[in-house]
Design a protein around this ligand. Structure first.
Ligand code: FRU
Length: 926
């Protein structure tokens, strides 16, 4: 999880870094694409003809080559009102300077003055107004143009001729200047007459009309002087239409280069001459920039002009051709640039949007990061807190477990001395010679020993409950009878305390009760014991059994004690809980009551009135179904034998234990020499236990002993005892390992092992059986139980031995025998049965047949059947002989030879030793 968090943190950091990088890049792009400050120049054109168009392209060209200039061109198409409106709108849009070519002298004056008054510099170009509110003027000297052309025509006419004039728009400054200059020039040539003068509007159509008017008046003239080339051409066309063009010459103004321009017309002879009126776009922008950037400038700026005639027209055209191509190329380039810029500005917009998006994304990521960090911090705190709680919980569990372990261990330790108290006491009670005083003292000892045993049992049971290892051992018994018996055990106690103890079973039908007798006993005992304890002298404890619906039984134990405080009532069934003033108890008695009641599918309740007493009620079903009932018979049997039969045998003679090797040797001799008594090996590190067992068993068995597991193993391998009794907890290898080792080795595998241990939990017993134990007895043990188990196990071995000696097959599943041992025994039986008739058939021959050496055979046979091979063969022969004597009429000698004895007298001796009678006694007794 921590790893995941780190990864997330790393990923987030990488993401933030990437986003920031991208943002910086985007911002850089945006920053880099930002233009330097541009001056915005508004250009107001009065007309939109070829001369104006050329001029406009020059304006744009200037803006292309100058990063700081931006032009906004508007054309009014010779309309004053429109031009005035356009000027206003340019001003409103925000221009830094106004370049204006006023249509007429007074038509747009006010609009221009408004702009000027707002502080916007105003440049007049080509035309002016009458107003003085302008910043600068740039253009030709129109008076000069008129004057020069008047002089030129007069000269061409050699001072004598007739001239007509087509004027530009009346009341416009060029028309005025060009007319006045022309008139003044001709004043110098009195024979050159202006025979007609008509006004037009600078355009072709207007000029044609003017020409028609003139022709209507006169066709006798030599020159047409028009104020611009367009109008001169219109005059030419008109004259041509009237077939009059051949004798008249035409002169115009503008001298435009390019196709259809004035220079070309001069070159082609359409016009006699033109006069250069420079469009001057570059000069206009240069002047504007001077004004805008605060540089020095002239208020009046004249553009240089010249007359164009057939003499210079061609050269001018050629010069211009290259320049025109360059202009066109530049125009095309600029269009490309424009296109790119439009595209670029689209990209800029996109990048700007992306930038904004990235900024938002960064903000979102930062917020997420912050929130994630806050969450992470919170999660860390919670994890830490959780870990602390878990640790605390683990510590509490460990503490509880260690407390329970401590109690359990103490209980184990108590069980051994308890064995040495309870069992001898029970045996002493049977001594009829015991004095009355001695018996009274023994009663006290027994009562206290029993109290101690119950305490130990409570603790052990509670551990079992804690571990969830408690199972019901069901049996069918009379509940009323048992409860009466259990309650009566308290009579001596209540008598002394002067407490009335009553039992009432009137409302109980005493039939069919199935339960775990031991656990029901514990429930009743704990409840009655508590009730008696808390009932003062003169009080009453009442035990009642009642029928309940649904085949349930109610066991009620009430007292007249001080009662239980209300706040404690729910807790009294919790482990270790003690109400005030109950010091001295373990606090687990009622917890066991509850657990056992619930294990029976029942429940326990309490009602109490402080100062009046308490009433504990247990309700349990009368029976338990299925699997458990099947176990009933077995379990009830076990329970009776295990714990209740305390019958003792006082007639023992103890053989003192001694660790000395010499003594051991004497014991070995004794073991080998005494075939009549089985040999028991007792392995226990507690000398008192060994002594006690020896005292119990030495009358019937030869006892050898070991104080630890290793020693026990060695002795078992050396002496091949008939049975081993071992404690579990011992120095060296413990009892379980000893058992497992004995069972693993073929020479000892058939030696029965009884584990006697204070470890009373089911799983501990299971562990014992898993290690090969043939029986498991818990301390404190009953001597009777121990004897019974020893006898049963030895008897089952004996039966096995007999089965080999006799004719019958080995039982299918002899007690505790492995399948390989069963196979061994069956082979041995067949070999002996088939060959015993040969007197020379002995141990060597059996070993050969079995594929074992003499020693191996001895060990194996001794281990499996507890008998030597020689004895086994002899007993087998005697057994068959006995059978022959009983069931045939063969002679004794014949039988003796038939079963393999080499002499009848030796047969008779052996028979007598084995059966305590002569072979002839069988015959005579038939
Ligand atoms: C262009 C034009 C030119 C002329 C000038 C006078 O609009 O008509 O032909 O020379 O204006 O302002």
């Amino acid at each position: 999880m921590i790893q995941n968090k780190t990864n997330f943190g790393r990923k987030l950091s990488t993401m933030v870094a990437a986003v920031m990088l991208a943002s910086v890049a985007a911002m850089s792009l945006v920053c880099c694409s930002e233009k330097t400050h541009k001056y915005r120049i508004g250009i107001s054109q009065c007309s939109d003809d070829s001369w104006r168009q050329k001029q406009n392209s020059e304006f744009r060209f200037m803006s292309y080559i100058n990063d700081s200039v931006e032009v906004d061109i508007k054309s009014a198409k010779d309309n004053n009102a429109q031009q005035a409106a356009q000027i206003d709108s340019l001003v409103d849009e925000g221009i830094d300077l106004l370049v204006v070519c006023p249509n007429q002298l007074d038509g747009v004056t006010k609009a221009i003055e408004r702009a000027y008054d707002k502080g916007i510099p105003v440049i007049f170009f080509d035309r002016t107004t009458n107003s003085n509110k302008y910043t600068a003027f740039i253009g030709c000297d129109n008076y000069r143009i008129g004057f020069d052309l008047g002089t030129y025509i007069a000269n061409q006419l050699n001072g004598s001729g007739r001239v007509v004039e087509i004027r530009g728009l009346d009341n416009s400054s060029p028309a005025k200047g060009r007319h006045e200059g022309f008139v003044d020039a001709l004043k110098n040539y009195p024979d050159v007459k202006i025979v007609a003068s008509e006004g037009a509007d600078w355009e072709q159509t207007g000029a044609e009309k003017a020409m028609e008017k003139i022709l209507a008046k006169t066709t006798d003239f030599d020159y047409v002087y028009a104020h611009n080339d367009r109008m001169a051409y219109a005059a030419y066309l008109t004259m041509r239409r009237h077939n009059l063009s051949g004798k008249v010459k035409f002169v115009g103004v503008d001298g435009l280069l390019g196709k259809g321009g004035g220079v070309e017309m001069v070159n082609e002879g359409i016009l006699d001459a033109s006069y250069l009126n420079p469009t001057g776009g570059q000069e206009v922008v240069d002047l504007a920039m001077k004004i805008l950037t605060g540089k020095d400038f002239n208020r009046s700026n004249s553009l240089s002009t010249t007359i164009i005639t057939k003499n210079n027209a061609e050269l001018t055209l050629m010069t211009d051709l290259n320049a025109e191509q360059q202009r066109n190329m530049l125009e095309r380039l600029h269009n490309q640039v424009d296109k790119y810029q439009r595209y670029n500005s689209g990209q800029e917009l996109f990048i700007s949007l992306l930038g904004v998006l990235l900024v938002l994304l960064i903000a979102a990521v930062v917020m997420m990061r912050k929130s994630s960090m806050a969450k992470g911090k919170l999660a860390q705190q919670l994890t830490k807190r959780n870990e602390e709680l878990n640790k605390l919980n683990t510590e509490v569990i460990a503490l509880t477990q260690s407390r329970l372990r401590f109690f359990t261990n103490v209980s184990h330790e108590l069980r051994t001395p308890l064995t040495l108290i309870v069992d001898p006491v029970e045996q002493l009670f049977k001594d009829e010679k015991l004095s009355k005083h001695g018996r009274n003292l023994l009663v006290i000892v027994r009562r206290n020993a029993n109290a101690l045993r119950r305490l130990v049992d409570d603790i052990m049971d509670f551990r079992k409950i804690q571990d969830g290892n408690v199972k019901l051992h069901l049996c069918n018994f009379s509940l009323a009878e048992k409860v009466r018996q259990w309650v009566s055990d308290f009579y001596p106690t209540v008598e002394k305390k002067n407490v009335n103890l009553e039992i009432n079973t009137d409302k109980y039908t005493d039939s069919d009760f199935v339960g775990d007798e031991e656990k029901i006993n514990r429930i009743v005992f704990n409840l009655v014991s508590n009730a008696v304890k808390f009932t003062p002298a003169g009080g009453t404890v009442m035990v009642t059994l009642s029928d309940m619906p649904d085949r349930k039984v109610l066991i009620s134990v009430s007292d007249t004690g001080k009662g239980i405080p209300e706040e404690d009532r729910e807790k009294i069934f919790e482990r270790f809980f003690q109400t005030e003033g109950t010091e001295g108890g373990t606090g687990i008695g009622l917890a066991i009551v509850k657990a056992y009641a619930e294990l029976h599918g029942g429940q326990v309740m309490v009602s109490s009135h402080e100062g009046q007493g308490s009433n504990f009620i247990v309700v349990i079903p009368r029976e338990h179904s299925g699997e458990q009932l099947e176990d009933m018979a077995v379990e009830s049997c076990c329970y009776t034998v295990d714990d209740e039969d305390t019958g003792a045998d006082n007639n023992y003679t103890a053989i003192p234990a001694d660790e000395d090797a010499g003594v051991k040797h004497s014991l070995v001799q004794k073991v080998i020499g005494d075939d009549n008594k089985p040999t028991l090996l007792i392995a226990d590190d507690n000398k008192e236990i060994r002594d006690y067992m020896k005292a119990l068993l030495s009358d019937d068995y030869v006892i050898i002993e070991a104080a630890d597991g290793n020693e026990a193993l060695k002795m078992a391998r050396t002496f091949h005892p008939d049975l081993v009794i071992s404690d579990v907890m011992m120095p060296g290898i413990d009892g379980l390992e000893l058992c497992a080792e004995l069972k693993r080795n073929s020479s000892t595998s058939q030696t029965p092992v009884i584990i006697v241990s204070a470890k009373a939990l089911d799983e501990q017993k299971i562990e014992g059986y898993e290690n090969g134990a043939d029986s498991y007895i818990t301390k404190p043990f009953s001597s009777k139980l121990l004897r019974t188990r020893i006898e049963n196990l030895l008897s089952s071995r004996r039966k096995l031995k007999d089965s080999i000696m006799g004719m019958q097959d080995v039982a299918e599943d002899p007690v505790g025998m492995s399948s390989s041992d069963q196979e061994f025994v069956e082979r041995l039986r067949l070999i002996i049965q088939h060959n015993m008739g040969y007197s020379e058939f002995g141990v060597e021959a059996i070993g050969r047949e079995m594929g074992l050496s003499r020693v191996q055979l001895y060990r194996k046979v001794k281990a499996v059947m507890g008998i030597s091979v020689v004895d086994l063969l002899r007993k087998s022969r005697l057994q068959r002989a006995k059978s022959q004597l009983e069931h045939t009429d063969k002679g004794i000698a014949e039988i003796a030879y038939e079963v393999g004895f080499s002499s009848p007298s030796y047969f008779t001796k052996c028979f007598k030793d084995e059966y305590g009678m002569q072979p002839s006694d069988i015959r005579s007794g038939r």
